[in-house]
Design a protein around this ligand. Structure first.
Ligand code: GLN
Length: 547
């Protein structure tokens, strides 16, 4: 182990959804702002090997990294708040850990020994944590779940042991708890925090810093009380106050002295933090000159977490235009030819996001048609590109029954289809896909490059001729229909380097209508908005002004 790497373990108590992922990301941002290099890792206690097959309704978005890993959505926060390059070594689940241990056992690596949670599982966890440390000053490790859960115990035991491995000056434990304000008593209550810390100590972990999630700043008296009961110093009791804009979290933490405390405890000498860009972004976010309403026509509209990166990318694109992006989530199952214009009339721009399965498809096709015919900016992402192509094939080219093979295997016009053979630049191999290929195993995943054509909306946005964006899909545009589409007003503005795979399509006679095969939302950052989102918002704003 490199002796200068420092480790911060972030655990959560009392209940879930307190914002442990955001807190970890904000700690990363603060340390970067002091000139340190960081990486962030998430350890998830569930048994799935990765979140790739988990239902977005239950677990929120699947975040895709450059290397094609399907990861927990918290990795999206980590990438948006820091410059850390994340990949498969940044997200481990119980399933992934057990999978590795069982494979070793089958291979005979344990030489006939009895394989146990301690030390074999805990050793595997510690090994996984060390995988993330290469070349960085600080590794931040977030432990999923809540203290007291049965599932997280092996992870907690592993991070407890880690102190002896890494040396006590090189690691700290930060615990996020809740300090609720009880209206009837008129006061903030510290008991849940006391209990949670007691639980943590019972498994051998003494927190060094407490992040107290609350709706108001903690007084010195409350901090003193928490410090006394939980055995931490008073300046290590940090108010994690609710904020209007998530990008304010690093600023609030800094004001509370969190980064000073962390570097003190980890014995790191750094420069003072530079947080001006964060402050400027928050200011612009809170006081925009303009606003637009964007309709997101999708399937997972009841759980906002399902479109986490998408929402953030729309906010970043908004701020880049001095504009608030107001998001209107529309369940595509409520849309048909009769209801479409009524439901979408207040939208300045329409976005059809990625998705899987046939439910709600016809409603999305209506939305794309409405956008095309009424000159409303349209942004189709992955499935949203498929939808735009199907709509165009049916209603402009007159190809009755045109569809994607995903929704209709027997369609007479498979404008979107399962490409059985294609060249994969990443592995430099020819990939074979068919209906029987294993679920999840056949997707085009992660970063692929794309060549952009000049004089297109895509080129106007990116301003370069070669880009790289992240993918997560099985189906592709069917080149058999390319000439017909182009002859009737579609533009193919981005293709794979081999020219074989269509990556971006646009409409010629339309203010802004673009669909892309990749997921640009994964690479948007507050201070570096994704160009397509920025231009989509600009076009929506223009549409609003022209109304
Ligand atoms: N379901 C489509 C496919 O598999 C689109 C996937 C997506 O939108 N990410 O190709």
């Amino acid at each position: 182990m490199a002796d200068n790497t420092k480790f911060i373990f972030v655990t959560g108590g009392v209940l879930s959804s307190l914002g442990k992922g955001l807190a970890s990301a904000a700690i990363g941002a603060l340390l970067e702002s002091r000139g340190l290099t960081v990486t962030i890792q998430k350890l998830d206690p569930y048994i799935n090997v990765d979140p790739g097959t988990m239902n977005p309704f239950q677990h929120g978005e699947v975040f895709v990294t450059d290397d094609g890993s399907e990861t927990d959505l918290d990795l999206g926060h980590y990438e948006r708040f820091t410059h850390a390059k994340l990949g498969c070594d940044n997200n481990f689940t119980t399933g992934k850990i057990y999978d590795a241990v069982i494979s070793k056992e089958r291979r005979g690596d344990y030489l006939g020994g009895t394989v146990q949670v301690i030390p074999h599982i805990t050793d595997e966890i510690k090994k996984s944590i060390k995988l993330a440390q290469d070349g960085v000053d600080v590794v931040i490790v977030e432990i999923g779940g809540t203290i007291g859960d049965i599932e997280s115990l092996p992870f907690l035991e592993a991070i407890r042991q880690f102190k002896a491995d890494a040396g006590k000056d090189n690691i700290i434990y930060i615990h996020l708890t809740l300090v609720p304000y009880i209206g009837t008593a008129g006061e903030l209550k510290t008991k849940p925090t006391q209990h949670s810390v007691k639980e943590l100590r019972s498994i051998g972990i003494q927190p060094d810093i407490l992040l107290c999630r609350t709706d108001r700043y903690l007084s010195d008296d409350i901090k003193a009380k928490i410090a006394l009961f939980c055995d931490v110093s008073q300046d290590a009791v940090i108010t994690a106050k609710d904020v209007e804009c998530i990008y304010e979290v690093p600023l609030v933490f800094h004001k509370e002295g969190l980064d000073d405390k962390i570097v003190e405890l980890l014995h790191i000498w750094t420069r003072a933090p530079h947080l001006d860009d964060w402050a400027a972004f928050v200011e612009k976010f809170k006081t925009p000159k303009h606003s637009v309403k964007i309709a997101i026509v999708g399937k997972y509209v009841d759980l906002i977490e399902s479109y986490k990166s998408l929402n953030e990318a729309l906010y970043h694109g908004g701020v880049a235009n001095d504009c608030r992006s107001n998001l209107l989530f529309v369940d595509s199952e409520t849309i048909d030819a009769d209801t479409c214009s009524g439901i979408l009339s207040e939208a300045d721009g329409i976005l059809v996001p990625g998705g899987f399965g046939s439910r709600g498809i016809e409603g999305k096709i209506c939305a794309a048609r409405y956008a095309r015919e009424n000159n409303i900016p349209y942004f189709g992402i992955c499935l949203g590109l498929h939808i735009a192509v199907i709509e165009f094939a049916r209603n402009v080219l007159g190809l009755e029954g045109a569809n994607s093979e995903e929704f209709d295997r027997a369609t007479p016009h498979p404008v979107i289809y399962l490409m059985h053979e294609w060249y994969d630049e990443k592995t430099d191999t020819v990939q074979i896909r068919d209906e029987t290929s294993e679920k999840g195993g056949t997707m085009r995943l992660g970063a692929y490059s794309c060549n952009i054509s000049k004089g297109t909306l895509a080129h106007a946005a990116y301003k370069v001729l070669e880009i790289s964006e992240r993918h997560r899909h099985r189906y592709e545009f069917n080149n058999k229909y390319k000439d017909e589409c182009v002859a009737n007003g579609m533009v193919v503005s981005g293709v794979s380097p081999s020219g074989e795979l269509v990556e971006i399509m646009e409409l010629k006679d339309h203010p802004w209508f673009l669909g892309c095969q990749f997921h640009p939302e994964f690479k948007s950052r507050p201070m570096d908005p994704q160009p397509l989102f920025r231009d989509f918002i600009a076009a929506s704003l223009k549409n609003k002004k022209g109304k």
